[in-house]
Design a protein around this ligand. Structure first.
Ligand code: HSE
Length: 404
């Protein structure tokens, strides 16, 4: 099978390397040799092994009938969306690592692939090297996924791990992560939680079999966390992680992304640095943990290569992916109940006790002239009302393992 790659960046060059070096193994598993015929990129790569196959013209790929499958690793919505739609309509299967594209256009592109009896696969769009899309699609097909709870953004996990270990503040760790290349120069999509929101929307769409719009996922980032929050967390025997979740309760679906205090009893507690960890709860299978490299050149490329091999093994057949164009409603978070860790100024202690009086309060030791406590089992809307009446320094929700 002849394939092409759109984009020779980190992941695209990784895919090129995997197909150039893992030849025999791939041939055995795919049942035939898979060759990269063309690579599209606007840049030149003098002296690079890609040189002979490099093109700057998309038509060299779209109009080549020999190319049956195209890997997209450009990232972003455009021109990726326009390119992929044309390729699928022309009957070429597509494998992508582009979570933004899958979250925005997955429903439509999957439908075209179905009609054309080809495949649109996206294993590498969530969790990098971790097999998570195919397990949700196939391995849980005899079950019902009722809960997904995960650390699915490596950049923020690296920052949070450093803040925890070094007692450092957010801005300092971000600057260091940027200098080392672990965080983008424009880190907004990662640190504000948007990347995780897109990824959980993809997983939730697979779990629900209907389109979950990432814009319906209530999202909070990590930018307001301070070194002191981590100190309190340590005292509680917890760590702070950016948690993306999807939960079905009595037929209703809830989905959020936000920093949470994680207790040691969950395996998510030990997911550190750039690693990802995803806890999936099936109605019958119960708790299953996926863990591994959530990003990076070769780890992510290995997931893309596996998709390409699936395409080779399924010529003329659309692999069923239950993700319809029906929109899955996401419930308003305001009705959800949570335990909140809350910090106020010490002078606001009595006011805070009055305002949060309807809920259980565990006082923590006063720190730096503050009053910190945990308000238990409080509806989000009640928290928001109470928070208007007192000056909150910061609040972080607690992950309740017993509920998961
Ligand atoms: N920016 C993403 C992350 C890359 O940090 O997880 C992998 O999707």
């Amino acid at each position: 099978m002849k394939i092409a790659i759109l984009g020779y960046g980190t992941i695209g060059s990784g895919v090129f390397e995997v197909f150039g070096t893992n030849v025999d193994n791939i041939k055995k598993r795919a049942g035939e040799e898979i060759t990269v015929k063309r690579v599209l990129d606007l840049r030149e790569f003098p002296g690079d092994p890609v040189e002979a196959r490099l093109t700057h013209d998309f038509r060299d790929i779209a109009d080549d009938p020999e190319i049956e499958c195209v890997v997209e690793t450009m990232g972003g919505n455009e021109p990726a969306y326009t390119f992929l739609k044309e390729l699928l309509l022309k009957g070429k299967s597509v494998c992508t690592s582009n979570k933004e594209l899958v979250a925005n256009h997955g429903t439509e592109l999957l439908e075209i692939a179905r009609q054309k009896k080809i495949n649109f696969l996206f294993e590498a769009s969530v969790g990098g090297a971790i097999p998570i899309i195919r397990p949700l699609m196939e391995s849980f097909s005899g079950d019902e996924i009722i809960d997904i709870c995960g650390i699915i953004n490596g950049t923020t996990n690296y920052i949070l791990t450093k803040m925890d270990r070094d007692g450092a503040d957010y801005a300092d760790v971000l600057a260091e992560a940027q200098a080392k290349g672990f965080a983008e120069r424009n880190p907004e999509a990662d640190v504000e939680g948007h990347d995780a929101a897109r990824k959980i929307a993809i997983l939730a769409s697979l779990a629900c079999g209907a389109e979950v719009d990432f814009r319906d996922v209530y999202t909070e980032g990590i930018t307001k966390l301070t070194a002191l929050d981590f100190e309190y967390a340590r005292r509680m025997g917890r760590v702070i992680k950016l948690i993306a979740s999807m939960r079905k309760i009595d037929g209703k679906v809830f989905s959020t992304v936000r920093p949470m205090l994680i207790p040691a009893e969950t395996p998510l507690y030990t997911v550190n640095d750039v690693f990802n960890g995803i806890l999936v709860n099936g109605r019958f299978s119960k708790s299953i943990m996926f863990y591994g490299s959530g990003a990076g050149k070769l780890p992510t490329a290995s997931a893309v290569a596996a998709d390409v091999i699936e395409v080779a093994k399924n010529r003329g057949r659309n692999i069923p992916i239950v993700w319809s164009n029906k929109k899955q409603p996401i419930e308003d978070r305001m009705e959800q109940k949570n335990d909140f860790f809350i910090r106020v100024k010490h002078s606001d202690k009595h006011k805070a006790k009055e305002v949060f009086s309807g809920v259980h309060i565990d006082e923590l030791k006063p720190e730096n002239g503050e009053f910190a406590f945990i308000a238990r089992n409080m509806a989000e809307k009640d928290y928001e009302e109470a928070a208007k009446k007192v000056d909150i320094i910061n609040k972080i929700r607690l992950l309740n393992v017993a509920q998961r």
